[in-house]
Design a protein around this ligand. Structure first.
Ligand code: CTP
Length: 471
């Protein structure tokens, strides 16, 4: 009852469920139009495909009735890359190349400002596709409309995401092709910000960042370092490899589906803060990024996640029940209240010690010189959870942040704390606060070393390993 002029029927057997469902929906819409309006022309990669409907009476055929072959092969992975106008735009060329090597096709939108930094010709040569630039170019009947363009990929990536593009996306502005595509898309969005450090730190950009995160946009970077403008600080676009890793992680998470549905997982994150007096405290440099990314990745796989975090400047991750605490004692109490759980992942950099007593008034300078601060040891949350007689989570994972002899120290921690795995990470570089992490997974009988990856990619991979262990 339906046919196409080209018979290329990609197998949907291995396609993730969401992709198959979407393909069915799109095909169903197309067939409805074919029934009511006659043969439909659709663009499929570089060819035009004619879809016709013959003989059937109904105008609303059931999606399941149709094969998927009017659409892109369901297994082809496609990214819509929006290249913003910044010096980092040149790195997007390398990103396209890396994605192609991993079998991911890129379709690119270039903003006007971006075309001052990279030419449409170089972008188009690498994507092997038309480069989209003007909103009103797309009114041509032969072209794909901007709505269709914004939905023609599995994921929209903005790299570099300039302050301007972030501001537009956060406020729903749509006055050019890039911002219109961002407003019209129904696909997940990943942004790789790049801008001058002051622009990044400006309250307006930070406000936009918060809004975008709340809207479900994910981020990779920015990195800290020397910038083209001569300043130093956060604002450099993440390296193409890190953006590529985050994109692969997106696909891996989609493919994994929701294997943790029905499972409850407890995650600790961030530093703890131990009060000395009402204005002073002991804490550490943990940003919470790795723990938050793990909580989010576990939730993406369907887990009911309880994230217990010390003070960090990060918004609650999407789909995660977040509990904010300050001290180690509060963190332990919140963990105990969250039991029973199927797994616990202790990522928090819990302060080892706290002042024996907290002064109720600000300690003043006196003639006797600096006051002594007597410290006492904090409870070990990981060890407490690992050694529980009842309600011990089936899988308890700890982290070991080390600056030297990483695996040896991690091995000792595995047996000392009684947990099942230790994720050992080398914090001698700029891991704390940075976006990349290199870890090894230490189990009683094995060590698995992972290459350096974006923290979000580490999180996704760890979440999938946890899902496999709980299966
Ligand atoms: N941890 C914890 N409670 C503590 C201290 C650490 O739950 N009071 C957990 C951390 O969340 C991490 C693991 O134990 O999963 C290792 O933390 P780390 O700071 O690397 O080690 P420490 O136990 O503090 O040991 P050391 O100071 O000797 O490195």
């Amino acid at each position: 009852m339906s046919k196409m002029d080209k018979k290329s029927a990609p197998s949907a057997d291995n396609a993730p469920e969401w992709q198959v469902a979407e393909a069915k929906n799109r095909f169903s819409e197309l067939m409805t139009k074919a029934f009511t309006e006659g043969p439909q022309r659709v663009r499929r990669r570089k060819e035009t495909v004619i879809v016709t409907a013959e003989g059937a009476q109904t105008t609303s055929p059931a999606p399941e009735a149709f094969p998927l072959h009017a659409l892109e092969p369901a297994t082809e992975r496609r990214v819509l890359l929006i290249i913003g106008g910044g010096i980092a735009a040149y790195k997007s060329l390398e990103l396209i190349r890396l994605l192609a090597k991993s079998g991911i096709r890129t379709r690119a939108i270039l903003t006007n400002a971006a075309s001052h930094f990279v030419t449409p010709l170089s972008v188009g040569s690498l994507t092997e596709d038309k480069v989209y630039r003007e909103l009103f170019d797309l009114t041509d009947e032969a072209e794909m409309g901007h709505i269709q363009l914004s939905r023609s990929a599995d994921l929209v990536v903005v790299a570099p995401a300039t302050a301007d593009l972030m501001a537009k996306a956060a406020n729903g502005l749509a006055n050019d092709l890039a911002s219109t595509a961002l407003l019209a898309t129904d696909k997940p969005v990943l942004m790789a910000p790049a801008m001058n450090v002051r622009m990044w730190q400006h309250a307006a950009t930070q406000r936009n960042l918060k809004e975008l995160k709340a809207d479900g946009v994910t981020f990779v970077g920015p990195d800290e370092g020397a910038m083209a403008c001569g300043e130093f600080g956060p604002g450099r676009m993440a390296e193409p490899q890190a953006i590529h890793d985050s994109i692969l992680n997106f696909y891996a998470q989609c493919k994994a589906g929701r294997p943790l549905a029905g499972k409850k997982v407890l995650v600790t994150a961030g530093p703890t803060l131990e009060q000395i007096d009402p204005v002073r405290f002991i804490s550490n440099r943990s940003s919470g990024k790795q723990g938050f990314a793990i909580a989010e990745a576990l939730a993406q796989l369907g887990a009911d996640v309880r994230l217990i975090s010390g003070p960090v400047a990060l918004p609650d991750p999407a789909g995660v029940h977040t509990v904010r605490v300050e001290s180690a004692a509060q963190m332990l109490a919140a963990c105990q209240a969250a039991l029973p759980a199927d797994a616990a992942v202790c990522v928090a950099a819990v302060a080892d010690w706290r002042p024996q007593s907290t002064a109720s008034k600000k300690i003043k300078k006196g003639a006797d010189g600096p006051p002594p601060i007597m410290l006492t040891e904090n409870p070990d949350i990981l060890a407490t959870l690992s050694k529980l007689k009842t309600d011990r989570p089936r899988l308890v994972v700890g982290f070991a942040a080390e600056t030297n002899d990483v695996e040896a120290h991690a091995n000792q921690k595995l047996s000392r704390k009684g947990c099942d795995w230790i994720v050992a990470n080398d914090v001698s570089g700029d891991v704390m606060g940075g976006d990349a992490n290199q870890v090894a997974i230490i189990r009683a009988d094995s060590v698995t070393r992972w290459p350096q990856m974006a923290k979000t990619a580490v999180a996704g991979k760890l979440a999938r390993e946890i899902a496999a262990a709980l299966a």
